[in-house]
Ligand binder design. Structure first.
Ligand code: F6R
Length: 587
């Protein structure tokens, strides 16, 4: 949440367009406001705008600025409303600073700095860091001393980049929990992710918690939390770290939905999982949030049935606050697209600190992310960079990894997994027109119910999440057997009920649940297969045949498309739904 960037141009070249390019790639991290500050001839100029980056770009066309070093920010508001005053960079007479995270003890310093006469102009926690540095400079400290003192005093989560008026060609940056990549190449640069700085550098290194760096074109210096100088390994910027754009698609989300066959294929190729991985494991604990949590819920059905290992799935943000019992010989699986979700990260750390003999593994999409670095073992989903805020291809790739583990001892089911890419391809081709028609109707609804049973219950939850988070139509996913225990009261002629019911062992039970809904509602749609469809006398959408264990992967796809198409018809911003951000780095 919040994207930050800083660039020092080679040979005094103007870096404004590079910063804006970087901010375009960071917009997925927040779009409540955007801002930029540049250094030139010992002065700093700043431009900020509320809302999406295009507003800042428009403003810069009218009042252009230029400079040979600069910082930029896209904001996801935490402290203070999304106003221009609260937009970063924060500035004092000698400093400009951008921040991603939350400074937890900011009020203590704010009160003291106000008492000393410093005049705050925003409601943000970040402005305290800027005035803290200014106050240190005013007391006679040099920038390095001021920055180090600030790091010792500030508590909470942060990625900072700071620039000093008196210091040409040097940026200070530091990290605690929020990510920072430092880039080396034609320009020196720093950003919240590799993609944002990839056009300015060939190699990157990631800061670890507690580390800070002084970035300069004459050579960057890195320090550990005790301010001892350290050497950092660099990695090449490869295409899998870089957002390759929307291509011919109108939206990232559609591109990412269409990429699923290839994401699944690459994920299968990259993950050869043997049963040995489960040696000594007597329980499985899955930790995740949101869509990734739904992937975990599917896995529970698979793991208890096929691996015969007791499995629990926990919402990561709840886990460590309920004093859970952690047992020896637990395999912990943290599932995450971004690899940054603080709730998941903290839950993993909680397990690690328990001193139980647990194997902590991550299923992550972003290489070298904080969660993958914390895990003892990582399975990477090979979905490629996911930009659409609503997760799609990362979700089906997560399910693929989870299935590869579940069925590692079942050659028959492994063969079914191998066929997934082509079945998903077929589904995307087959269903587009039917989903268009359904989307036309659904766009008028104010609420919708998704029903599933067994391993498709989590997919009902996921379908509902996709619809509500991007189209703003309220939706609920239900275990269809639970409907009669309360939610059935919601069903009337106007309530769309979307049912997931392929043929299989649970078909009859689900069929009865759908009849109960049909007796009370008018707008029932059933996603099923050919064998199932003949039994329904209501609207059906027919998917290709798939083994019932793998139906969760296939049946996710039309629900993603449906949410996408409804949102486009409603004219909402598919890739940047309101109030959301792609990487959730606040608790
Ligand atoms: C919804 C969505 C979120 C994420 C959740 C966890 O479409 O994307 O619910 O799944 O914020 O994020 P990761 O997977 O990055 O840990």
């Amino acid at each position: 949440m919040c994207g930050i960037i800083g660039i020092i141009g080679r040979d005094g070249q103007d870096i404004v367009s590079n910063i804006l390019q970087g901010l375009e790639k960071l917009e997925y991290r927040g779009y409540d406001s955007a801002g930029i500050a540049v250094w030139k001839n010992e002065s700093i100029h700043r431009v900020r705008a509320v809302g999406k980056l295009c507003n800042l770009q428009d403003k810069l066309k009218k009042t252009p600025i230029n400079g040979e070093m600069g910082i930029g920010h896209t904001r996801w508001a935490t402290h203070g409303k999304p106003t221009e005053e609260n937009a970063h960079p924060m500035m004092t007479k000698d400093i400009a600073l951008v921040h991603n995270g939350i400074i937890e003890n900011y009020e203590v310093f704010k009160n003291e700095l106000i008492r000393q006469g410093y005049q705050f102009t925003s409601q943000t926690d970040t402005e305290v860091a800027a005035f803290y540095l200014q106050a240190e400079l005013d007391k006679g400290a040099n920038p390095r001393e001021a920055f180090r003192k600030m790091l010792c005093d500030m508590r909470g989560t942060y990625a900072f980049v700071a620039m000093f008026r008196s210091l040409p060609g040097i940026l200070f940056c530091a990290k605690n929990k929020s990510p920072i990549a430092v880039g080396f190449g034609e320009n020196m640069c720093v950003g919240s992710d590799a993609s944002s700085i990839s056009s300015c550098c060939d190699e990157i290194t990631y800061l670890n918690d507690g580390e800070y760096a002084e970035i300069s074109k004459d050579g960057s210096v890195f320090f550990d939390k005790f301010f001892n100088e350290i050497q950092k390994d660099r990695i090449k910027v490869t295409s899998d770290l870089v957002n390759s754009g929307k291509g011919t698609y109108d939206h990232y989300m559609l591109k990412e939905i269409m990429e699923q066959p290839s994401a699944i294929r690459k994920t299968i190729q990259a993950n050869k999982i043997s049963k040995d991985f489960l040696g000594g494991v007597s329980r499985i604990l899955i930790l995740a949030c949101g869509t990734s949590y739904h992937a975990g819920l599917v896995a529970r059905y698979w793991y208890e049935k096929y691996l015969k290992i007791p499995t629990i799935v926990e919402i990561a943000s709840e886990y460590r606050y309920r004093c859970p019992v952690i047992e020896d010989n637990t395999l912990v699986l943290a599932i995450t697209q971004s690899g940054e979700t603080i709730d998941t990260l903290e839950a993993m750390e909680y397990v690690k600190k328990s001193n139980k003999t647990c194997k902590v593994a991550a299923i992550a999409n972003v290489k070298n992310s904080a969660i993958s670095r914390l895990a003892d073992f990582v399975f990477y989903t090979e979905a490629g960079v996911e930009i659409g805020v609503a997760s799609t291809k990362a979700f089906t790739a997560q399910l693929t990894v989870l299935a590869l583990l579940a069925f590692c001892d079942r050659p028959d089911l492994m063969a079914q997994i191998m066929s997934l890419p082509s079945v998903c391809d077929e589904t995307l081709e087959l269903l587009s027109a039917e989903i268009d028609a359904l989307a036309e109707e659904l766009q008028e609804a104010s609420s919708a119910i998704y029903l599933g049973r067994g391993n498709l219950y989590p997919i009902a939850l996921e379908g509902a999440l996709k619809l509500k988070e991007i189209s703003y139509i309220h939706a609920e996913g239900l275990a269809s057997g639970e409907m009669k225990h309360g939610p059935i009261a919601l069903i009337d002629d106007k309530m769309p009920v979307i049912c997931l019911c392929p043929s299989g062992k649970i078909f009859d039970k689900m069929f009865s649940n759908i009849q109960i809904a049909k007796a009370r509602g008018q707008s029932i749609v059933v996603f099923t297969d050919e064998a199932g469809a003949v039994q329904f006398d209501c609207r059906t959408i027919v998917l290709p045949e798939i083994h019932e264990e793998l139906a969760p992967i296939l049946y996710s796809i039309p629900l993603q498309l449906l949410a996408y198409k409804v949102t486009v018809l409603k004219g909402e911003d598919v890739d940047k739904p309101r109030n959301l951000a792609k990487s959730v780095t606040v608790e």
